[in-house]
Design a binder for this molecule. Structure first.
Ligand SMILES: C[S@@+](CC[C@H](N)C(=O)[O-])C[C@H]1O[C@@H](n2cnc3c(N)ncnc32)[C@H](O)[C@@H]1O
Length: 261
């Protein structure tokens, strides 16, 4: 599989440092230029509901670095318990909280302290209750099995060096009948080592993108059943190197809905 082959050549620690550095910058300096678009403008382009964006803390929207809008397919209901993997500065977690209402609960997970701290501070300052943020790797969740109604994640799993493990963890923590709704980057064609071993392109959500058939197989092998896949052509990379890799290998954003039987 492309991730295994590439990671034998790419040092995992170097990769983690690069990914963390990129997302510290995203949390602290959202106005700077990155390989990808960020903030309210891209959220609107991807189809986020403007009322939702207006009803959550603005700094979370400014640091949004997701790649699609899975909320319509997620169908999050009042009272549900939602887990957001790679919650970043908290935009999707806060929107999920709007949908779960007073009785619902949202937990965000992220490995980057600056992202986590920003999201937690925004929740506190804005007195948003029943939203918590936990520092952890998404490959090894400090959470009990059969706990969540919905697992969401936006632009994150492509960054993981062990995607099958992430999907197994999602399946483990979902309740029976629970669903996974994610947006992520995948690739149509296998990419060469010059891209998969470029830690900067990996941190930019390109180098780690898995070939789509392998990605779908990893989801289904974890025990989930895919019920819907949509493409998000509105999502575009903006740096030259990212655009070139994206055109050549069909790097693209998709949203996937899957259920735990
Ligand atoms: C592209 S950002 C997306 C953040 C957020 N979902 C959003 O839409 O704005 C990726 C986030 O995933 C986190 N992340 C990446 N790999 C991770 C891992 N293996 N475990 C936990 N968090 C991870 C990063 O720290 C970063 O905050």
């Amino acid at each position: 599989m492309n991730t295994v082959k590439s990671l034998s050549e790419l040092d995992k620690n170097a990769l983690e440092s690069k990914v963390k550095a990129m997302y510290v910058a995203v949390a602290e300096n959202p106005e700077k230029e990155y390989h990808f678009e960020m903030g309210r403008k891209v959220a609107i382009k991807l189809g986020y509901d403007i009322d939702d964006l207006n009803n959550i803390p603005e700094p979370a929207v400014d640091s949004f670095a997701g790649v699609g809008c899975y909320f319509p397919m997620a169908g999050i209901r009042s009272g549900e318990k939602v887990l957001d993997l790679g919650s970043g500065s908290g935009m999707d977690a806060f929107i999920a909280k709007l949908k779960t209402g007073e009785k619902g609960e949202v937990v965000g997970i992220d490995m980057t302290t600056a992202q986590l701290g920003k999201a937690a501070q925004l929740a506190e300052e804005n007195q948003i209750e029943k939203v918590s943020f936990i520092k952890s790797y998404i490959e090894s969740l400090p959470l009990k099995e059969n706990t969540f109604d919905v697992v969401i994640s936006n632009g994150v799993i492509n960054l993981s060096p062990d995607k099958p493990k992430v999907f197994k963890e999602i399946t483990r923590v979902l309740k029976k009948g629970g669903r996974m709704a994610i947006s992520d980057i995948v690739t149509e064609r296998q990419m060469p080592a010059s891209i998969t071993c470029d830690a900067t392109l990996w941190a930019a959500c390109i180098g780690g993108a898995m070939q789509e058939d392998e990605y779908f197989a990893a989801i289904e092998n974890s025990g989930l059943k895919i019920t819907k896949i949509i493409q998000n052509p509105e999502y575009q990379f903006i740096s030259k190197s990212a655009i070139s890799a994206s055109k050549k290998y069909g790097v693209k954003s998709i949203s996937v809905l899957a259920e735990k039987a």
